[in-house]
Design a protein around this ligand. Structure first.
Ligand SMILES: O=C(O)CCC(=O)C(=O)O
Length: 213
């Protein structure tokens, strides 16, 4: 399976046996996407984090930030993170994404992939604090990278998307129950990419932490 895209088109991919992925190629117009990308890239809030894997501390291959409403916490990368205030560039964007997705978000995880060596390993966004069928809305900015999904039931069943600069991808329904996703590293010479994933924390984390390599 492969989702091809043409400008402005909306793709809705059913993900049997459960879940749905919506891809909107030109959710943010080019000049605004350029502005948000270059503003966020310059911000000092990006952090390198370690993750505990099999008793060892490993540096995560990307930089991250976590922003949201006051008092929101999220357990990931081996720790509980408390939301920093929303960056002004994300405030209007959040409302537009909520309108599109038909639900509300109270936080966003920001990922900065500096080059092709930065990546995100296979995982599902299935932490208990996101509730049982979370809607995850993901904005891509900057370099185009491969975003891949694979079925948990049959790991050879895959879907690949190359999210465009300014695009929006929404995973909803049972997607996190049946599918994992990843952003693989690449040997290609690629420029930085920023990804903003808007989420809704529905209950406080219980320190059962997400470990995403
Ligand atoms: O950078 C991406 O598109 C993937 C981000 C992701 O998988 C996550 O934040 O859970």
């Amino acid at each position: 399976m492969k989702a091809e895209s043409i400008p402005g088109e909306v793709h809705v991919n059913a993900l049997p046996p459960g879940g749905e992925l919506v891809y909107i190629r030109e959710f943010i117009d080019r000049s605004r996407a350029d502005r948000i990308f270059s503003t966020l890239l310059r911000e000092p809030f990006w952090r390198s984090r370690t993750i505990n894997m099999f008793g060892r501390k490993v540096m995560q291959p990307r930089k991250i930030a976590f922003q949201g409403d006051s008092g929101v916490s999220y357990a990931y990368s081996g720790d509980v993170h408390h939301a920093e205030p929303w960056h002004e560039a994300l405030v209007a964007l959040r409302t537009e994404i909520e309108r599109e997705a038909g639900c509300e978000f109270n936080c966003a995880l920001l990922n900065l992939y500096r080059d092709g060596r930065d990546s995100m390993g296979w995982h599902s966004d299935d932490e208990a604090e996101l509730g049982s069928c979370p809607t995850i809305a993901s904005i891509s900015l900057g370099a185009v990278r491969r975003f891949v999904l694979r079925s948990k039931e049959d790991k050879t069943t895959k879907l690949e998307i190359r999210p465009a600069h300014g695009s929006l991808m929404i995973m909803r329904g049972d997607t996190q129950h049946h599918w994992q996703h990843a952003l693989p590293r690449t040997a290609l010479d690629v420029q930085p990419r920023i990804n903003l994933t808007f989420r809704r924390i529905v209950r406080p984390p219980n320190r059962a932490v997400r470990r995403t390599p």
